[in-house]
Design a protein around this ligand. Structure first.
Ligand SMILES: CC(C)(COP(=O)(O)OP(=O)(O)OC[C@H]1O[C@@H](n2cnc3c(N)ncnc32)[C@H](O)[C@@H]1OP(=O)(O)O)[C@@H](O)C(=O)NCCC(=O)NCCS
Length: 154
């Protein structure tokens, strides 16, 4: 079952956010800071308080085993682009003990429904290229790459 988080869920959500942070630190130690510092921990309360953001959690047998942080983006028209509205998935993870059981798929189904309910045409997210299992998951549920960040060492 997937639902919007309650304030008392946020500590557990932070345990899962640390999992995401660890994945990023392991994959790109040159970019991500190790550990899960107080500022990062407290950031969940900013997300909680923001009008244009939501936190959702997946539960199995009463245990919160996955989460996502959502942002409702409303970009005005610019000289280059048309106005765009979309739901952006900012942070996303499932507890390692609950993986490959469809938990993340259930979260994405909820996200799509919420996007539809709000009249958005699209769900977007960005991810790091090293994260092959996340890419395999996102592609399995139907996401397609539409833009790339590139780099080279000098
Ligand atoms: C990516 C992640 C969210 C997937 O969660 P999950 O609950 O295990 O995913 P599901 O069980 O819904 O998987 C659905 C399908 O996605 C694909 N998939 C999921 N994980 C995969 C993996 N590690 N390797 C290859 N394919 C995978 C499979 O096709 C899977 O179907 P199957 O199990 O019947 O083969 C989870 O591995 C995770 O939390 N990773 C660490 C955090 C992270 O990287 N978050 C994203 C940051 S941007």
């Amino acid at each position: 079952m997937v639902r919007f988080a309650k304030e008392e869920d946020l500590q557990r959500v932070n345990e899962l956010r640390k999992v995401v942070n660890d994945v990023h630190v392991e994959g790109r130690p040159d970019i991500f800071k190790p550990g899960f510092n107080e500022e990062l921990r407290d950031y969940i309360y900013d997300i909680w308080a923001a009008d244009n953001k939501d936190i959702i959690v997946a539960q199995r047998d009463g245990v919160i085993c996955g989460f996502a942080c959502l942002q409702y983006v409303d970009k005005p028209e610019s000289p280059f682009t048309n106005a765009r509205q979309f739901l952006d998935v900012d942070e996303f993870a499932v507890d390692p003990a609950y993986r490959r059981q469809g938990v993340a798929t259930e979260l994405i189904t909820f996200v799509r429904e919420e996007a539809k309910r709000r009249g958005f045409a699209r769900v977007e997210l960005n991810m790091w290229e090293f994260n092959e299992s996340a890419l395999a998951f996102y592609e399995a549920v139907g996401f397609k790459t539409y833009r790339r960040y590139m780099e080279m060492d000098v």
